[in-house]
Ligand binder design. Structure first.
Ligand SMILES: C[S@@+](CC[C@H](N)C(=O)[O-])C[C@H]1O[C@@H](n2cnc3c(N)ncnc32)[C@H](O)[C@@H]1O
Length: 412
């Protein structure tokens, strides 16, 4: 198969603010390139995406009804989030496809993978560079990296943990200004189209009113945005592990995960709700790691699924947690695995004009102007996901802790 060259790729809808996170995005991409992901996990993801397409089709939302946005595509998408058959059939039917990520390297890789698998996708593809963390990823990294690097001994680690527990929460990370953007030479090399879209999730602006967004996927994105800083912390913790008693080690993990739990929940909630406000007829498919189990040590929640559900309920939006499998990361240090769930969301089945028109041209009537929403129906909600959101009070007043004892998980 002839390989795609730089010249074939479309210009990029650059984010005018990307200079701030460019260095972190490049580093993240490097880290993810070296990561050897559990291939069995993708079997579940691919089955999940096919189910999602089928459920939506039963609701009258076919791929040709609107554009697809793939957020955080990662590398080798043809063998991971998707497979060649899905790329040729389902994905091929969309009138437009947007790849959105904060890393240009990953965007290029995803573009090449898709076009090499299905040439017909080339003219439909748009690339958009976006930060989906609302600045929090780079803020956290900038705020913690130097402090983590500076930890020289056990006491230094203890001091860092105390500072983290007592002084760092969402507000502090939001307030932190990433003051020294690390510029990469790559930045201005590419011919780009800068579209001044203040909203990272306003995908319809890129489509200029054509084939509005109806399908959004975000595989391992919502709880992966702080992975760069998480990696730095884990390395440091491992370095001093031989000097730390088991109980203190678990406590340190707990302090760390309490912060990540809060940040993940904020970015996931902001992402999903805002995506639906700006793309009101879209359906979201988001396989996410909702907890982490350090083998033989402890399980910590990574996402407050109950809080997410509540914010959807309050708005009358639909939210469903489906499927459940284990993602094996036992080759990493400390050895761990994740419980995975598919999160599904949509606004409320309101039909867009485009969809109504599509149905009419097919000679089909719509029922009371609303879709039955098989994609987020109530029938087979995963009860397992709800156990993850059980939380106990941590030492910091008002915070919920993501620590789940094995007993609690079994009881829930
Ligand atoms: C853990 S990887 C998952 C990749 C792929 N979906 C998979 O499951 O193999 C996370 C993806 O989201 C992107 N990403 C991470 N943080 C991001 C952020 N703050 N804004 C936009 N994209 C981000 C990464 O560049 C990467 O493509």
């Amino acid at each position: 198969m002839p390989s795609v060259t730089d010249n074939n790729r479309p210009g990029l809808y650059e984010d005018s603010g990307s200079r701030i996170y460019n260095g972190d995005a490049n580093e993240y991409a490097q880290l993810w390139k070296q990561h050897n992901p559990d291939q069995d996990h993708y079997v579940h993801v691919q089955a999940g995406v096919l189910d999602w397409y089928k459920d939506l089709a039963r609701s009258g939302v076919h791929p040709d009804a609107g554009s697809l946005v793939i957020c955080g595509p990662g590398y080798e998408i043809q063998d991971r989030d998707l497979n060649p058959s899905i790329i040729r059939s389902n994905v091929g039917e969309h009138p437009g496809i947007i790849l959105a990520d904060w890393s240009t390297g990953i965007l290029d890789n995803a573009y090449d993978s898709l076009v090499e698998t299905n040439k017909a996708l080339g003219p439909k593809l748009q690339l958009a560079r976006r930060d989906f963390s609302g600045g929090l990823s780079s803020n956290l990294h900038d705020m913690l990296l130097r402090r983590i690097e500076d930890i020289q001994d056990k006491q230094g680690l203890r001091d860092f943990m105390t500072w983290l527990r007592d002084s760092v929460g969402i507000e502090e990370v939001e307030r932190h200004i990433h003051s020294v953007p690390r510029l990469a030479t790559e930045y201005s090399r590419r011919v780009t189209r800068v579209l001044e879209v203040p909203e990272a999730l306003d995908f319809n602006a890129i489509l200029h009113g054509r084939a509005e967004v109806r399908f959004i996927t975000a595989n391992m994105l919502l709880t992966g945005m702080f992975a760069l800083t998480e990696g730095e912390f884990r390395d440091k913790l491992i370095q001093f592990r031989p000097e730390i008693e088991e109980e203190e080690f678990v406590e340190m993990l707990g302090i760390w995960h309490n912060l990540i739990f809060q940040l993940n929940t904020k970015v996931a909630s902001d992402f999903m709700l805002r995506a639906l406000e700006l793309n009101p007829t879209a359906h979201i498919f988001a396989p996410s790691d909702v907890d982490v189990n350090y083998k033989g040590i402890e399980t910590f929640s990574r996402l407050d699924v109950a809080a997410l559900r509540k914010s959807f309920d309050e708005r009358g939006y639909k939210f469903r947690v489906k499927d459940e499998w284990t993602l094996d990361d036992t080759h990493e240090k400390p050895a761990h695995s994740h419980q995975m769930n598919v999160l599904l969301a949509c606004k409320n089945g309101a039909l867009s004009e485009a969809h109504r028109h599509h149905m009419q041209t097919l000679g089909m009537e719509t029922l009371h102007g609303a879709e039955p929403d098989a994609s987020v129906g109530e029938s087979s909600d995963s009860s397992g996901s709800q156990s993850v959101s059980v939380a106990i009070k941590s030492k910091k007043a008002g915070d919920s802790s993501p620590v789940l004892s094995r007993k609690e998980r079994l009881r829930a």
